[in-house]
Design a protein around this ligand. Structure first.
Ligand code: FRU
Length: 476
């Protein structure tokens, strides 16, 4: 057991620890929660066990940033302390914040144990100092599980203001099915259940974790992470939220990320009006007690890079890497590769295969190959394959031989339309994120290969690949 009785203060040097993705100072992290932007500062809270690099009684860790690239760790914002939020398999679960009257209101799920089962209620903590210290409200818990709802599956309040009321959306399970419950309040304290939100008929699993809801370019967007769904991992819906019915009328249902490790999305709107989506760069299959594995001695868990969401005319969303990332680039390296003949393999040497950004621009009109294959984190018998199957319109992320842990292949549709296909790949010590098809085909995966697995190769399959550009940057 790696549990200590003191919060660990510093995670030791570990080559697998990401360099430009957010990680906790030490211990465990999962979901980003309570995000807000105020006075030039991005506030990030996150599900945190400061005592061990494995999931345990949940706290809200806290960090702030001015540029989304460098984060300053601040004291823990919420810790289990009350009968309603203290339990070894509970604590202060995920939630959201709103700013009102100069105060920060943090809504979270308090989880305690009753007869060995989790009992989840919705609670409030208020900060008078801009989000650093919080006081739990004396009226807690504010919301008890309603009749028919499983009290162990009733969590993750997302609160926002609309018209002259406050609304809260919660994930829940009723009779084995996942649902979202909508509540309304005039004062942020007394909450009335409006009802379960009607959703389009789809396979949304048995619990809808971490709902988020916002308006983007005139449309409403709903996001959540369904548990036990075969067809979705982190789903988004665009359309119209009707708070009276209540219903979400969706024009489009899509995936925020098609890879392995992207879960529990939560977003904020920043000072430039951008909608930035954060997520835990992991998935529950990585829970140490499932795999008897944590990536390091002293830390576990990271955030995916925040992504900017935008709405496309057909109702889909694009998720672009942050513009800010360009500031981390080292000198630009243009690789003089114009074409790859059938079966030809070229190494991109000179770029740091453990921590870099790649931009590949494919000349689609002149490319005859069925696919372009990227071999990443290659060496010592390991490699992670990204295959752009242009003929079959599919992008695949293959971790079969990536490392000692992650297995499997994930794929997503690849339209590859127009003259040029731009593929951006971000590698950061133990993660790979790929963006293409105008940022609608996005895949993330963690790779815990040894340091020596740092080679990058490009290869053409069944024909010739012609490039309009091959560029790389080390990331500082
Ligand atoms: C999602 C989640 C949330 C919950 C939190 C607990 O990853 O299961 O539903 O609030 O993690 O840490």
């Amino acid at each position: 057991m790696r549990q200590t009785d003191k919060p660990q203060t510093e995670a030791g040097a570990d080559q697998r620890r990401p360099r430009y993705h957010f990680t906790p100072p030490s211990g465990w992290m999962n979901d980003p929660v309570g995000l807000f932007f105020s006075e030039g500062l991005y506030h990030l809270y996150y599900q945190h066990n400061p005592y061990a690099p494995e999931w345990g009684a949940m706290h809200w860790g806290h960090a702030v940033s001015r540029d989304l690239l460098h984060w300053q760790h601040l004291p823990i914002a919420l810790a289990p302390s009350e009968p309603y939020d203290s339990w070894e398999a509970g604590g202060c679960f995920s939630g959201s914040t709103v700013l009102h009257g100069g105060l920060v209101y943090a809504f979270y799920t308090g989880v305690c144990g009753r007869d060995g089962q989790a009992y989840q209620t919705q609670c409030l903590a208020v900060s008078r100092d801009g989000g650093t210290t919080f006081e739990k409200h004396p009226a807690n818990p504010l919301i008890q599980p309603p009749p028919g709802v499983d009290p162990a599956q009733f969590r993750d309040p997302k609160v926002w203001r609309q018209g002259d009321a406050w609304y809260m959306l919660l994930g829940a399970r009723r009779a084995g099915r996942g649902e979202l419950l909508l509540y309304r309040s005039a004062d942020l304290l007394a909450w009335e259940l409006v009802g379960p939100l009607a959703l389009p008929d789809d396979d949304f699993g048995n619990m809808l974790e971490c709902p988020d809801c916002f308006t983007l370019d005139g449309k409403d967007v709903l996001m959540f992470s369904p548990m036990g769904s075969e067809s979705h991992k982190v789903v988004y819906l665009t359309g119209r939220l009707d708070c009276q019915k209540p219903a979400f009328e969706a024009g489009h249902v899509g995936e925020t990320d098609w890879g392995f490790d992207y879960y529990a999305t939560h977003s904020l709107k920043d000072g430039q009006g951008r909608r930035l989506v954060f997520a835990w760069a992991n998935a529950w299959t990585w829970m140490p007690w499932w795999n008897n594995w944590g990536p390091a001695e002293s830390w576990c868990g990271a955030l995916a890079m925040p992504r900017q969401a935008s709405l496309l005319p057909d109702g889909r969303l694009a998720f672009a890497p942050l513009e800010e990332l360009a500031r981390l680039r080292g000198p630009r390296q243009c690789f003089p590769i114009e074409r790859l003949a059938l079966g030809e393999r070229r190494e991109l040497s000179g770029v740091d295969g453990l921590c870099c950004e790649l931009l590949l621009e494919l000349d689609l009109a002149r490319t005859t190959a069925q696919s372009l294959l990227l071999r990443l984190r290659s060496g010592q018998g390991c490699e992670t394959l990204l295959r752009c199957n242009l003929a079959g319109h599919q992008l695949t992320f293959d971790r079969t031989r990536a490392d000692a842990y992650g297995k499997g292949v994930r794929s997503c549709p690849l339209r590859a339309e127009g003259e040029t296909l731009r593929l951006r790949v971000f590698i950061d010590c133990s993660s790979i994120e790929v963006f293409t098809d105008g940022d609608t085909a996005v895949m993330s995966g963690n790779v815990y290969a040894p340091e020596q697995a740092c080679h990058i190769y490009l290869e053409a399959e069944q024909g010739e690949v012609v490039f309009a550009g091959v560029t790389g940057w080390d990331i500082k």
